[in-house]
Write a protein that binds this ligand. Sequence first.
Ligand SMILES: Cc1cc2nc3c(=O)[nH]c(=O)nc-3n(C[C@H](O)[C@H](O)[C@H](O)COP(=O)(O)O)c2cc1C
Length: 192
Amino acid sequence: MNQPSIVVVSSSLAPISRSRIAAQYAGNFLRSIGCEVQTVDLSSMAVAPYPASENDPETLSAVNLFNSAHGWVLASPVYNFGMSGVLLNFLHYALDSDRERFKPFVIIETLGGLRSALSSDHLARTMVYEVNAVQVGPAVHAVGDAGINRATGVISPEVIHRIEKSMAALAHYSRARASVQSNLLSHSWVAA
Ligand SMILES: Cc1cc2nc3c(=O)[nH]c(=O)nc-3n(C[C@H](O)[C@H](O)[C@H](O)COP(=O)(O)O)c2cc1C
């Protein structure tokens, strides 16, 4: 398997969003290094709190897309020292299954100040402990307009460097995950 598939989830509902800009950059970079990338932009979907959208076709299709990928990018604003409730709500549907195990993921978080830099820890813990996902490096942070300028859309060289480094690592892990998929699933102790 040479071309890993990666789903990028963007969760800010703000019309101009730093985390969406970062998610788009990450997706384009992953494509440029040979990954097949699909985006789930939660700002263009209406996913109601669990379980109200359980039978909604658009939600189901996004959940299936998410679960069929070899790796994930989760992009979120920091709100009150935590990740966006919109992202967590989507994951209540998407992680409601033990089918998908040991998949690599990277978190991108945009925030107002570095004192909130550990805000994504609860999301990482959910991913690692609940679905046995594998976090590839620390979360990528972009702080305020110095990190990603909302008015111009310009991403600082430092944030670009962090995104590219993390995406390159994610591509490698996703390729590895894709190549061992049939092996992993052949063992009953990790089977779907
Ligand atoms: C309701 C709300 C709560 C926020 N809470 C925090 C916070 O706890 N820590 C922080 O550093 N920034 C906080 N911010 C700032 C946002 O994280 C920051 O503007 C970020 O860029 C938003 O992401 P977005 O541009 O993708 O929507 C908050 C913003 C809002 C609107």
